[in-house]
Design a protein around this ligand. Structure first.
Ligand code: GLN
Ligand code: ZN
Length: 765
């Protein structure tokens, strides 16, 4: 029988039980034992779900209180000095929480560790902090306790741990400043490997047979020294006598494939959803004693698998490898919601197209039986049902919109070009009459609990449309009056009607669906509920025009219209898998183009299209960047080029590195780009300076993530610094990002100081 297994199960809980327990514990409302009990319950339940589906080994080590990398970092005792961890004592759960978020119910608060995106997912991990000669030791017992816990329940266990090379690659330290690939980090292997050996020896002593070691960096562009390090590392781990399943995911092994040749591991997991074409090359490389774990069910998306297609791909391999072929999801199921059974509002047709973590394991079980030709009546029926639902999806009139498709075909002729920037900006200045160093904000104003309650009541039908509209108009008026009062130059309406910058648009566009419980962990206790783009995207009616026009009607100052860009909507949704992403992106761009044109018609002279996810859309391999950047930039230009030269287009991007994508940023050709720079002390401007970026820039002058009110002096200094690098006449003054997470008092004080700073800058030196 073909073995099926799983790389990891979502830990947050179908009802976000872990989130609630964590937040209760942090707030002092639950004690540590209550928190531990929630963890045990979740693990017990999740192992049972997996065992019921027939997985051969339950994964252990995928459970994490905050993040699986942080679990491992603390197991290794790699605690930064500022947390004052005694070298001879175990690392406590509260120290783990202090590392994650700066504070915990016990222990002295200290600056939290950095958090960053996990490969190209929307999950964030806590970055390990590396120092030269760092000492490692087994400093936490949780993982071993969990192995025992699962064994006590009668399960065969497969511990899942980050590989030493991936852990080092993901780590950072002041002594290793040249990026992920700094070879200096490899010197830490000397201290690291003995602890890995000790961990494996302890697993072995506990009766474990297989351990899954995740080395996802094998799908990245690796410097030669990193590639070469694999042989030495795994030769070092082999004597532990455990079967090692080396897991790779998110991309093809590509030029790292030769690394695997002769590597003393007993199995290899590859991602056949993202990279099916690598199958033959990998099979050719396997030794007769090695297992291939085929990642065949998509761990990153929520569509049902075409099991006939999967079987067709794998049948020849099955014939060749027999029992040495295992089946698994492509990656950990961390990236999909837990269970479709908790969706009660999706219609039956759409629901039939979907598969969450629990359903994916069922698909795996069916596929195994199908491949083995052992499908009983129940599985036959399930296979047939799967075929029917896939067929219904392909044929459904709901996913095809002939008008959109026709329009997209003709879209090649739609203009993407505006007049040259110099000409545009001159006309815009004439029309807008803004002072030097114009001031603006990024869009949202504080989302008070009253605003949230208002939206909730309206959605629940508790208040009428007209009462809702009146209340939102009241909020807009309040925000406009405030901005006028403090003397901002370009105003915004404040986004009170938006719960979330993607969900708001998704709800107004055709082709989107929303779940009730489709939560996916983003970081720690934070979850997101990505919209599902299931069909051709269209804009049945204007989405923001009425609110923007109302805001503009209240003031003589220009009000900036506010939209979310096509790439960001795409990145933060579950996207249909029957069309290339670039097609969906262009459909979104067309819908937004119409909105931009309608805003202009309604008298809005400045329109901002936020693209905070622009950089995170970059493929993992550099060779694939150009193709992505070409369609991402083209989508932005398509969305924005429908307006007059006088209409000013802004874009906004949150903290990101720009130096290696400057030509794409310039090609977007926004009249004004606002970016997060205050935390980097304007260092992010280097890229714009070196590139001689020609258009206007608003480098954020204060950090909106902190409640601290910024002082005038430092903001003036930051802007002077910016003006020493870029022409002063190209500069805007604005906060780093939207203000929705802030409270009013600090927002008032901060923006007032910011306006004062701009006034200081305008005075002759
Ligand atoms: N306009 C959005 C806001 O101000 C932008 C949010 C973002 O950049 N993530 O909230
Ligand atoms: Zn932002």
């Amino acid at each position: 029988m073909t073995i099926i297994h799983n790389l990891g199960f979502p830990r947050i809980g179908a009802q976000r039980e872990l989130k609630r327990a964590l937040e209760g514990y942090w707030a002092g409302k639950q004690n540590a034992e209550e928190l531990q009990q929630v963890g045990r319950d979740l693990r017990t339940r999740h192992w049972a779900v997996q065992a019921d589906a027939g997985v051969a080994f339950v994964p252990v080590g995928d459970f994490a209180w905050y993040d699986q990398i942080l679990e491992w970092t603390t197991l290794l005792g790699a605690v930064p000095a500022r947390f004052a961890q005694p070298a001879d004592r175990p690392v406590s759960l509260d120290t783990l929480f202090r590392m994650a978020r700066g504070r915990a119910p016990s222990g002295t608060p200290a600056a939290a560790c950095e958090m960053t995106k996990w490969f190209d997912t929307n999950y964030h991990y806590i970055v390990p902090e590396l120092v030269p000669q760092q000492d490692y030791r087994i400093a936490r017992e949780d993982l071993f306790d969990q192995v025992r816990e699962a064994q006590a329940l009668g399960y065969q266990v497969k511990p899942v741990i980050p590989g030493p090379l991936s852990w080092l690659w993901l780590g950072k330290g002041d002594a290793f400043s040249t990026g992920a690939g700094d070879v200096g980090k490899l010197t830490l292997l000397k201290n690291l490997l003995p602890v890995y050996k000790e961990v494996l020896a302890r697993f072995k002593a506990m009766g474990v047979q297989w351990v899954q070691i995740d080395e996802p960096i094998l799908t990245l562009d690796l410097p030669a020294q990193w590639r070469e390090a694999f042989a030495q590392v795994y030769a070092g781990l082999a004597p532990a006598g455990l079967n090692i399943l080396l897991a790779t995911y998110f991309e093809a092994l590509g030029d790292n494939l030769p690394v695997l040749k002769g590597l003393p591991v007993q199995g290899l997991h590859i991602d056949l959803v993202r990279a099916p074409a690598q199958l033959a090359d990998v099979v050719a490389l396997l030794r007769p004693d090695q297992v291939l774990s085929a990642g065949i069910i998509n761990g990153r998306n929520i569509w049902r698998t075409d099991l006939d297609e999967a079987r067709a791909l794998l049948a020849p391999v099955k014939a060749q490898l027999g029992e040495r072929l295992w089946l698994a999801p492509s990656c950990s199921l961390l990236h999909v919601p837990v269970d479709l059974a908790h969706e009660h509002e999706l219609d039956a047709e759409l629901k039939g197209w979907l598969s969450f973590a629990t359903q994916k394991l069922d698909e795996l079980r069916c596929l195994a039986a199908f491949l083995d030709n052992t499908a009983d009546a129940g599985i036959q029926a399930a296979l047939q049902a799967q075929r029917v639902s896939l067929q219904s999806r392909r044929a459904s009139s709901r996913i095809h919109n002939a008008a959109v498709q026709r329009r997209l075909k003709g879209a090649a002729e739609l203009s993407r070009n505006r007049a040259p920037f110099a000409q545009r900006i001159a006309r815009q200045q004439k029309e807008l009459g803004l002072p030097a160093y114009p001031t603006t904000t990024i869009g949202s104003f504080p989302q008070t609990s009253e605003i949230r309650a208002l939206r909730r009541d309206w959605k629940a039908g508790a208040i009428s449309d007209s009462a809702y509209e009146k209340a939102i108009r009241g909020e807009i008026e309040h925000v406009i009056r405030f901005q006028e009062k403090i003397g901002l130059d370009v105003l915004v309406h404040g986004e009170p009607e938006r719960n979330d910058m993607v969900e708001y648009f998704g709800e107004l566009l055709a082709g989107f669906a929303f779940t009730q419980n489709g939560w996916v962990q983003s970081y720690g206790s934070r979850c997101v509920k990505p919209p599902i783009i299931f069909g051709d995207v269209a804009r049945p009616a204007p989405m923001t025009v009425a609110w923007a026009a109302y805001a503009q009607s209240l003031t003589d100052k220009p009000v900036k219209g506010m939209l979310t860009g096509p790439v960001t909507i795409l990145q933060w949704s579950f996207v249909r898998d029957d069309q290339p992403r670039e097609v969906i992106c262009h459909q979104l761009a067309l819908a937004l183009r119409d909105e931009v044109v309608d805003l202009e018609k309604a008298g809005i002279g400045i329109i901002q299209i936020d693209e905070p996810a622009f950089r995170e859309g970059l493929p993992l391999r550099r060779a694939d960047w150009a193709v992505y950047l070409a369609w991402a930039v083209d989508s932005f230009r398509m969305a924005t080029a429908g307006v007059r030269e006088e209409t000013q287009i802004h874009t906004h991007m949150c903290y990101s590195e720009f130096n290696d994508i400057m030509s794409a940023i310039a090609a977007m050709d926004a009249d004004v780009i606002t970016i997060e720079t205050s935390r980097s002390n304007m260092e992010l401007l280097d890229a714009f300076e070196d590139f001689r970026y020609p258009n206007d820039i608003g480098p954020g002058v204060y950090d909106i993530h902190s409640p601290n009110v910024p002082q005038i002096g430092p903001m003036v200094d930051l802007m002077r610094k910016a003006a020493s690098r870029l022409p002063a006449e190209r500069l805007w003054v604005n906060p780093d990002c939207g203000l929705k997470t802030r409270a009013w008092p600090e927002t008032e004080a901060a923006l007032l100081a910011m306006v004062q700073a701009a006034r200081t800058l305008r005075q002759p030196a």
